[in-house]
Design a protein around this ligand. Structure first.
Ligand code: UD1
Ligand code: UDP
Length: 350
């Protein structure tokens, strides 16, 4: 079978780390990079670090408005689908690359398989929520990481070809843990950090970066904490911090985004994670690191229900209180599958 896979943004390269490997055991894969992310630290570093095959095509779309970016991708993906006529198109998650893939393929009657289907924040002001809803309604095979996702789809009338497979990010994390056990990362010593003696922070969600009041509150909270904070800064956030000339105290190390293996090492040894990332909330859970999510809702509700993740919004007092006093639950049930989601996804493409 011939499969075209669409990736474009950091978390998609990571997810492809598990799925491409599994796909290529049985099928021909044409890996298409839309070019949504392009800095080495946001793109190439993952192909190198995860030992992913390089993309067969890079559309080089780059950054622009939602419509211009999605439109350019739509045209690029359509050209590839017309030339290749694949048996399936595989899309991941909820980015503009996901949306473009789903739209281009469904108009050409190429069956679409959506990995990480059914996630909902129920907040339509999030661009990702719009991308997810549209992608799910256009998909032919819906591969869900959680039972909540299956139920969300059912509530929207999507009940055919919906499969609970678990989360492919757990497969990748398990691969990384094995790799780090034999070849440890030196990232902590490079940054002068001691295990359990620092916080790890990431911020990139548009609701936080593009709202100057929210970004100010988040950074003021980081400034108020006394523990060292390591903060790999997404380029979108770097730009906002630089433009607004926010003062950052010296206990915060603002570093460039890091590769996946270094990120897993930094996450696993952190005392606490502060984030608005989707992927990192789950990784914090799997690594048994307590997490504060700087949003008012999450798609990964199970991590909150399990007592390991707390929604603190972009509010200074809640972030500071949480960082000082949030204690995770004693129990830690397995969430989001068994670490073999990628193989299950591939088996369902037929
Ligand atoms: C995108 C996804 C988001 C995902 C995130 C993962 C959409 C709508 N959003 O958000 O769901 O969580 O990726 O990280 O698809 N930039 C660079 N270099 C790069 C990439 C981006 O400088 O390599 C800067 C540009 O100024 C760009 C901004 O970051 O305008 C935002 O990039 P974009 O891909 O549009 O959205 P993300 O915030 O990365
Ligand atoms: N990540 C990384 N380096 C970084 C920041 C994040 O490897 O500097 C990884 C993180 O561990 C997770 C994924 O990127 O696997 C999450 O991507 P991101 O937060 O950009 O997007 P989201 O998951 O919110 O869509």
């Amino acid at each position: 079978m011939k499969v075209v896979s669409i990736v474009g943004a950091r978390p998609q390269f990571i997810k492809a780390g598990a799925v491409s490997r599994a796909l290529r055991h049985h099928h021909q894969e044409i890996l298409v990079h839309t070019g949504q992310h392009y800095d080495y630290e946001m793109s190439g570093i993952f192909f190198d670090g995860l030992e992913l095959p390089p993309p067969d095509v890079n559309l080089g779309v780059g950054s622009c408005s939602h419509a211009s970016q999605t439109g350019a991708m739509l045209k690029g993906v359509e050209d590839i689908l017309l030339a290749e006529r694949p048996d399936y198109l595989v899309i991941y998650g909820d980015t503009n690359s996901t949306l473009a893939g789903a739209l281009a393929a469904s108009k050409l009657s190429v069956p679409v398989a959506h990995i990480e289907a059914g996630l909902r924040s129920f907040n339509r002001r999030m661009p990702e929520e719009i991308n997810r809803v549209v992608a799910d309604h256009l998909s032919d095979v819906l591969l869900c990481p959680s039972n909540t996702a299956v139920e969300n789809l059912a509530a929207e009338g999507i009940k055919q070809n919906v499969h609970l497979v678990g989360d492919v990010m757990l497969d990748v994390l398990n691969w990384a843990r094995q790799r780090l056990a034999s070849r440890p990362s030196d990232v902590l010593s490079r940054l002068g950090l001691a295990p359990q003696r620092y916080l790890l922070a990431t911020v990139h969600r548009s609701e936080n970066t593009d709202d100057s009041e929210k970004l100010r509150e988040i950074l003021a909270a980081f400034n108020s904490l006394v523990e060292p904070i390591v903060f790999p800064v997404h380029p979108r956030t770097r730009k906002m911090i630089t433009d607004a000339r926010y003062a950052i105290k010296s206990h915060i190390q603002m570093i460039d985004p890091v590769g996946y293996l270094d990120m897993v090492a930094l996450s696993g040894a952190a005392r606490l994670i502060l984030t608005d990332s989707g992927g990192l909330q789950k990784e914090a859970y799997w690594l048994s690191v307590p997490c504060l999510t700087m949003r008012s809702e999450t798609e990964w509700v199970e991590t909150v229900e399990a007592g390991w993740n707390s929604l603190v919004g972009a509010q200074l007092d809640k972030i500071v209180d949480g960082a000082r006093s949030f204690t995770p639950a004693r129990s830690h049930p397995a969430l989001y599958g068994d670490g073999f989601a990628a193989t299950k996804c591939v088996a369902l493409l037929n």
